[in-house]
Write a protein that binds this ligand. Structure first.
Ligand code: ZN
Length: 447
């Protein structure tokens, strides 16, 4: 462009100055580019060690090994069988003998299936729990007619045996540990969560019985361990039944069954994970359930797989340990596996289900307000998340000008000298910020 006048008009001049000013401020802002890292301390992946049903060797065999290696786990417990619990399993509904008698003339159908499935596991006859479990799993597969048939068989047997008594359905193998011991583990940092009173197929319980199983277990845990243990829960049998998920997600901030986050790809225990695939999501949660026959090589390969990428959270689901509980895994295999994981602790964050969920949600829901001065940058972290639950320290990475040779991090009266590091993006520092610790600052203290 050729200017007609030899001199620039004042308006054009001020515009040019404005652009230059903007560019220099913008350049400076860019120099302080800040992000919250995907996992604490810049690790590449997360692992949660979770246990279901609360069988005793989880605590007497697996937990001590974890303690030795500095790992904390998550235990989803059935409170009905804990010796000093106040609430036992209970059936709510019409007179059992009326329901049993009615089954002689009215076959099980979509109207009465929940009532019958809720009752049958309490009947004092062999296989009562199995009729309930099988009808529940069949129902969840969408084979409702077949599920009704299983209940018809069960009630025919109840009529034949003239069952009139209800008994407490025993589900868990072996002796259960008591609250006093559980409290010790909870106090040392392990997470405990609701797994219902007595481990039913919630999908085939009617509303009253379903809510009782979740709420009474929740109340027992709150009474014994405090509200802080009511963050994550697991509904039995890994159910993803819509009706159950709706009730449970209303009650608990997180479920191992299913999470509400759109940015999280969930691959459940029966699903396949391809470590080389781009899932197009910010995070992936991959669940694996080692069983008694699962080889050490396969178990180790899950850890190796998640370390080929940076977005994956491996959630391991354990049941029986060393002879007690479903599909029990021997002690030596558990030890070797946990040692294998501990050997990767530079790259892997091992933490309870609760902590990983909290970190991930905080990272995705925190806004930063930046103020840049000469030799100093201040950051304010803001989020709408409930401060009662969301208190994980956030690992932050901030790019700094190349002439900053020594940097301190200041937050809430705490001062720390940071190591200046370099990558393709330039010089940077990494530090852990407390989301509720007030404004933080990075200061150039070089020269
Ligand atoms: Zn279970």
């Amino acid at each position: 462009m050729i200017l007609k006048n030899k001199t620039l008009s004042p308006r054009l001049l001020s515009l040019i100055i404005l652009v230059f000013q903007f560019q220099s401020v913008f350049g400076q802002e860019e120099a302080f580019k800040t992000e919250i890292l995907k996992w604490p301390d810049g690790k590449k992946a997360a692992i949660s060690l979770t246990y279901d049903d609360g069988t005793s060797n989880q605590f007497h065999v697996a937990l001590p090994i974890m303690e030795e290696l500095g790992m904390k786990g998550t235990f989803y417990i059935n409170t009905g069988e804990i010796p000093s619990s106040q609430t036992r399993a209970q059936f709510f509904g019409r007179e059992p003998k009326v329901i049993i008698a009615e089954s002689a003339s009215i076959p099980t159908n979509e109207e009465n299936i929940f009532e019958r499935a809720s009752l049958i596991r309490f009947l004092d006859m062999p296989g009562a729990v199995s009729y309930h479990d099988r009808s529940g799993s069949t129902y969840e597969q969408g084979r409702i007619e077949q599920a009704c048939k299983i209940l018809d068989e069960g009630f025919a047997k109840a009529r034949e045996l003239k069952i009139t008594e209800l008994v407490y359905p025993r589900i868990i193998d072996g002796p259960m540990i008591d609250w006093e011991e559980i409290r010790k583990y909870a106090d040392s940092g392990h997470e405990f969560g609701v797994h219902t009173i007595s481990h039913p197929r919630l999908a085939v319980l009617d509303e009253k019985n379903l809510l009782f199983e979740l709420e009474a277990c929740r109340d027992e845990i709150e009474r014994e361990l405090g509200k802080e243990q009511l963050f994550s829960a697991e509904c039995p049998f890994g159910t993803e039944d819509e009706r159950v998920m709706e009730y449970a997600l209303e009650m608990f901030p997180a479920l191992r069954n299913r999470m509400p986050e759109a940015y999280l790809e969930e691959i459940n225990r029966s699903g396949l994970f391809d470590a080389s695939q781009d899932y197009g999501k910010e995070y992936i949660q991959w669940q694996r359930g080692p069983l008694s026959k699962t080889t050490p090589e396969l178990m180790n390969s899950w850890v190796d797989d998640i370390l080929t990428r940076e977005d994956t959270w491996l959630v391991l689901v354990f049941h029986g340990i060393e002879g007690i509980g479903w599909e029990a895994i021997p002690e030596d295999r558990i030890r070797a596996y946990f040692e294998y994981i501990a050997g990767k602790s530079k790259e892997v964050w091992v933490a309870p289900f609760r902590d990983v969920t909290q970190y991930m949600r905080q990272r995705m829901n925190t806004n930063m307000k930046k103020t840049v001065n000469k030799d100093m940058i201040s950051l304010k972290l803001e989020s709408d998340l409930d401060p009662y639950w969301y208190r994980q320290l956030l690992t932050m990475k901030t790019y700094i000008p190349t002439d900053w040779k020594s940097v301190t991090f200041v937050q809430g009266g705490k001062t720390e000298t940071l190591e200046v590091q370099k990558d393709a993006g330039g010089s940077f520092v990494q530090y852990n910020a407390d989301p509720h610790g007030g404004e933080l600052a990075l200061k150039n203290v070089g020269q």
